[in-house]
Design a protein around this ligand. Structure first.
Ligand code: NCD
Length: 308
C-alpha cells in the first residue's frame, strides 16, 4: 500500500511497489485522457531550494494533467527560508494548505527532516549529492519501456559519480535485479562514494569495475548513463575546470557501441554529449524526460491513493 507514504530514497519501496508504479505509468501513457480528472481538488506543493527544469516542470505538469493544482517556489529567496525558517516549520505550514509535497534541497537529508515533521507524503526531488529517487523511477521506466526488462545487462555510468545523486539512486535500485553488471567510468577524483561501493555493490556481491577510459568499455555496454560534472558541489573552481570535459560522447565514439545500446542522461547536459549524437536512435535522453512526467503522474496517484 503506497497511500500516505513518502519517497525519500529508492529502497523505501520494494521491487513490487516499483512495478505497481510502472504498470500505472504505462496505463497513463496508453490512455492519458482517462486520468485527466483523478486528482481534482488535490494540491501539490513544490518546494525547490535548488535550480531545476525537468524535475519541477514534470512534477507540475504531472499534477496539472491529473486535474490537480500546484503551488510552490522555485527560488528559496522568495520564501521564508530567506528569513531563517527551518524546514520543519516550513513543512508544517505547507501541510495546512496542501495534500502532498515535493522538495529539492542542497542539504543531504533535508527531505527526510521534512517527512518526519508532517503526515502528508513527501517526495525527495534531489538532496545535495545524495539521492534522487524520482529520477531513478524515470530511468527505470525508460529502460522498461524501451528494453523490456532490468535483468541481464551491463550498465556503464560515466562522469561525476561522486557528486551525481542520480547515479547513487540508480545503482541502489538496479542492485536488486538479476545479473546487472556495472562499469563505473570516471576520473579518480570523481569515483562513487565509499558507501555506495561498500554497502551496495560489495555487500550484494554485484559485479562491477571502475575504469577511467570510456572508449575501451563502450562495446560492452547495454546502457550508457552519462552525467554532468556537478559544478555546484565542487570546493574550488580550478578542480571543476580541470575535470569538466573529462568525457565527451560523440558520433565517432558511438561507432564502437552496440547497435542496441541505450544512451541515457538525467539532463541538463553541458558538454558531455555532443549534439551530433542527438539524432542517433540510441539517444533516448529527451524521451527519458517525457517518461519522467508519466512516472511522476503514477507516483502522485499512488501516494495520494486516488484511482480512476
Ligand atoms: C539531475 C539532478 O538534479 O541531480 N537533474 C535532474 O533532476 N534531471 C542531474 C544534474 O543536475 O546533473
Amino acid at each position: 500500500m503506497l497511500k500516505g507514504r513518502s519517497l525519500l530514497e529508492p529502497m523505501d519501496f520494494t521491487i513490487g511497489e516499483f512495478e505497481e508504479i510502472f504498470d500505472l505509468a504505462e496505463q497513463i501513457i496508453a490512455q492519458p485522457e482517462k486520468f485527466a480528472h483523478v486528482c481534482n481538488g488535490k494540491l501539490l506543493a513544490t518546494l525547490f531550494y535548488e535550480p531545476s527544469t525537468r524535475t519541477r516542470f514534470s512534477f507540475e505538469a504531472a499534477m496539472l494533467r491529473l486535474g490537480g493544482q500546484v503551488i510552490g517556489f522555485s527560488e528559496p529567496g522568495s520564501s521564508s527560508a530567506s528569513k531563517g525558517e527551518s524546514i520543519a516549520d516550513t513543512i508544517r505550514t505547507v501541510e495546512c494548505y496542501c495534500d502532498i509535497a515535493v522538495i529539492r534541497h542542497p542539504k543531504e537529508g533535508a527531505p527526510r527532516v521534512a517527512a518526519y515533521n508532517t503526515s502528508m507524503p513527501v517526495i525527495n526531488a534531489g538532496d545535495g549529492g545524495h539521492q534522487h529517487p524520482t529520477q531513478t523511477l524515470t530511468d527505470l521506466l525508460t529502460i522498461r519501456c524501451e528494453r523490456g526488462s532490468f535483468s541481464n545487462m551491463t550498465v556503464g555510468l560515466c562522469g561525476d559519480l561522486k557528486f551525481g545523486r542520480t547515479v547513487h539512486s540508480l545503482i541502489k535500485a538496479l542492485s536488486r535485479y538479476d545479473n546487472v553488471k556495472f562499469i563505473l567510468i570516471s576520473p579518480k577524483e570523481l569515483r562513487i562514494p565509499e558507501y555506495v561501493r561498500k554497502e551496495v555493490l560489495i555487500k550484494n556481491k554485484i559485479e562491477f569495475k571502475e575504469v577511467e577510459r570510456m572508449q575501451d568499455v563502450l562495446p560492452e555496454l547495454d546502457v550508457l548513463y552519462m552525467t554532468r560534472v556537478q559544478r555546484e558541489r565542487f570546493f574550488n573552481e580550478e578542480d571543476y575546470i580541470r575535470l569538466k570535459d573529462s568525457y565527451i560522447l560523440d558520433a565517432e565514439k558511438m561507432k564502437k557501441a552496440k547497435k542496441s545500446m541505450m544512451i541515457l542522461h538525467p539532463l541538463p547536459r553541458v558538454n558531455e554529449i555532443a549534439v551530433d549524437v542527438d539524432d542517433d536512435p540510441r539517444a533516448l535522453y529527451f524521451k527519458q524526460a517525457k517518461y519522467g512526467m508519466y512516472v511522476r503522474m503514477a507516483l502522485i496517484m499512488k501516494l495520494l491513493g486516488v484511482h480512476i
